[in-house]
Design a protein around this ligand. Sequence first.
Ligand code: URP
Ligand code: ZN
Ligand code: ZN
Length: 474
Amino acid sequence: MAFDTIIRGGTIATASDTFTCDIGITGGRIAALGDNLGAAAEIVDATGKLVLPGGIDSHVHIAQPSGPGIVMADDFASATRSAAFGGNTMVLPFAMQQKGESLRQVVTSYHAKAEGHCYVDVSFHLIIADATDAVLGQELPALVEDGYTSFKVFMTYEGLALSDLEMLNVMSVARETGALVMIHAENYDAIRFLTDKLERAGKTAPHFHATSRPIPVEREATHRAISLSELVDVPIMIVHVSNGEAMEEIRRAQQRGLKVYGETCPQYLVLTEKDLEGLNMEGAKYVCSPPPRDKASQQACWQGLQQGVFSLFSSDHCPFKYDDPQGKLAPKGRTSFRWVPNGIPGVETRLPILFSEGVGKGRISLNEFVALTATNHARTYGLYPKKGTIAVGADADIAIWDPDKEQTISQSLMHGGSDYTPYEGIKVKGWPVSTMVRGKFVVRDGKLVGAEGGGAYVTRAKSEFAKPRGAAHV
Ligand code: URP
Ligand code: ZN
Ligand code: ZN
């Protein structure tokens, strides 16, 4: 049998095993794993390289409306190009509802933004901002059946925050439909209280963003989200966890047998609150929510990854330009941290940072790296085993890594739409050099060879983790 492509000579790692063999690819799928597979139209020599499942980044924001005068730095072309250079073969952005919008129309409009523009595969989560009877009773259940099997809700942000009652109603629909609820856990009223106080005291520089959302704000909301999900008996994913106190809430819930899952991100491993203290408004480059914390919080997030409290490592890529009238400092004249758009770029740097700081420094194994960055994302969001692993029958979504390549992260290396990286100057060892989506190279030896529109939309099954325990309180 002749294959379209054989990848030969590399060290393959999955979430469970590390081995050496040929990978035979036909029709965009892995057709065989074995020694001396024979002939192919193309043989790719991966000697000395690692051959890993392509990264799946299940938490990215692309082309979302972000407030008056502010425009996100990435469209679907630039974000997915950047993702490919960062060793990713799939991203899961959000289709975000705004108040008054029909969910179905929101989904249609995000498809129109993405269609024909993606370099890697994509699938949408929903964001529920307006939990009306029509949304809860009709639109959401129908969309879950159509493959939009996960959605995010916010406990903070003007225009997005849901009340506890709304959260319970949304969770209840998730339980009935088998969808997975992702939760942004920060206490909105506490943030408003602290923000007003800081502003009255003239404390408006970017670093006060972190002061306005301290750890208790996140810990309390995490605890509350867990309690609400326990009442309804619905599995939840607490996203972008930044510190040990919130992590311990999740661990306690898991120890009590609740289906509570956790995600953390690079900013909580390698940035701190101090980064927000840049000269003038430079600190705005690091404004994201929850904010980066301190060294002890970084340590706790590493423990969360090592001990399985966090099953996902995502970027929360949410890029704005810095030096741009529609970016971090817009709109003009509003200099308080309150107006700085929340979010930082990171889809291209997520994997090198975890590989270097995690695998390279002995904090996690290579197999744990694959689980945290690809396989667990596929399992959590209804994509496994088509995505997220190297196995016969799976899509040939593969990243080839040079484990010895040393790079200093710099904006000049990036391929997205932002004009800065918050990880500037960080030295890493290990770099994805080639990325293949469904058997076709998108990035090859550091060069873009894929076509805009080569990425496809992927409809998802229900999450294997979203089954209730059968212990609702009513
Ligand atoms: O600051 C952040 N994280 N922005 C992105 C939106 C979100 O809350 O995930
Ligand atoms: Zn969030
Ligand atoms: Zn986010």
